[in-house]
Design a protein around this ligand. Structure first.
Ligand code: MG
Length: 336
């Protein structure tokens, strides 16, 4: 097994503004795994709030590769399962191992996981907090790429302008992601009622993670389905969210890869919760890895490749509004 690591910086097409800040780029580390004539890629995507850095990912994976005694994919998986920290680095290696395993067995990742459905969910295109002219440009871009649904970022301050601007330009379905930007229960209830009137289909992470939502799911549903994102990191979080949230946003970078994300989806379904497969604005490597799980999800938020201007890879695509799984290929012009 040969492991190679490539630090890189993804540039956003437009500055990405959400409730707690603005970002123009994201550090990543690409992982290349070679074994028995096959090559597979992984990606650790590192927005600042994750705390992992390119250096920590490189150190972890370099030490990890020296510590594995065997040379098979399964021995690497077994060793990786014992790691509970460095989740973005773990996710990068996990997805590369799944890619390698699929190639070595001449199967798809879906086949290896026993995913039989070929019904792919609607994919959302994210619109960060922005002005009307910028929103127009983004919506035109997204429709040109093939998106049929949007996810609008709200911050609690310009929500009405954002939604009214969107509705004046576009009639397509939309979700909102508040990124913990609302302050309290009454704000949540009032905004939710207003958003329902405005045709919103779901709300993601309305309140800070230490707030319990004001009404229990088991005592009557909310006006709109409410999904946990920041409140839902790992498999162990799902059970405690069941009474307050209708669904969860599962991301490979939060949970350490395809292996745990698959377990999280199964757990959520057992608890009759909805599932959204999201991303941290990964390029085509990370979003393609997540795309294999999307036949199991209600929605897919895998727009990373469409939000960045210097994607060194090609892979999954959005066609007629839905995810289409495609093999990952490297654009040799952009990555050494
Ligand atoms: Mg979110």
């Amino acid at each position: 097994m040969k492991l190679s690591l490539f630090p890189y910086q993804l540039e956003f097409r437009y500055p990405f503004r959400i409730a707690h800040g603005v970002r123009t780029h994201t550090d990543v580390v690409y992982v290349k795994l070679e074994h028995d004539g096959c090559t597979a890629w992984g990606e650790a995507t590192l927005p600042p709030y994750l705390l992992e850095t390119q250096q920590s990912v490189i150190s972890f994976l370099t030490d990890f590769s020296k510590s594995v005694s065997g040379n098979s994919v399964d021995e690497w998986f077994d060793r990786l399962r014992k790691e509970s920290e460095n989740l973005s680095a773990k996710a990068a290696l996990d997805m590369a191992l799944w890619g390698l395993k699929a190639q070595l067995q001449n199967k798809s990742i879906e086949e290896l996981l026993g995913i039989k459905s070929t019904l792919f969910p609607l994919a959302t295109y994210t619109i960060g907090v922005c002005s009307l002219p910028e929103m127009k440009l983004k919506i035109d871009d997204a429709i040109g790429y093939g998106f049929e649904m949007f996810k609008i970022k709200l911050n609690g301050e310009t929500d009405e302008d954002m939604i009214n601007n969107f509705r004046n330009i576009c009639e397509k379905p939309y979700a909102v992601d508040v990124n913990q930007g609302w302050k309290d229960a009454s704000m949540f209830i009032n905004k939710m009622e207003w958003l329902k009137e405005k045709g919103c289909v779901l709300i993601e992470q309305p309140l800070p993670t230490d707030f319990l939502l004001p009404r229990s799911r088991v005592n009557g549903s909310y006006d709109l389905p409410v999904y946990a994102d920041e409140s839902c990191q790992r498999l162990g979080d799902i059970e405690k969210l069941r009474d307050n949230f209708d669904g969860v946003n599962i991301k490979l970078m939060k949970c350490g890869g395809i292996t745990e994300a698959f377990q999280m989806i199964r757990k959520a379904r057992e608890l009759e919760m909805k599932v959204l497969i999201g991303c941290m604005s990964e390029s085509s490597v990370g979003c393609s890895a997540a795309s294999h799980l999307t036949p199991l999800a209600d929605y897919a938020d895998l727009d990373g490749p469409y939000l960045i201007s210097n994607n060194p890879f090609e892979g999954m695509q959005v066609v007629n509004g839905r995810i289409q799984v495609r093999p990952v290929t490297k654009n040799s012009l952009n990555l050494q």
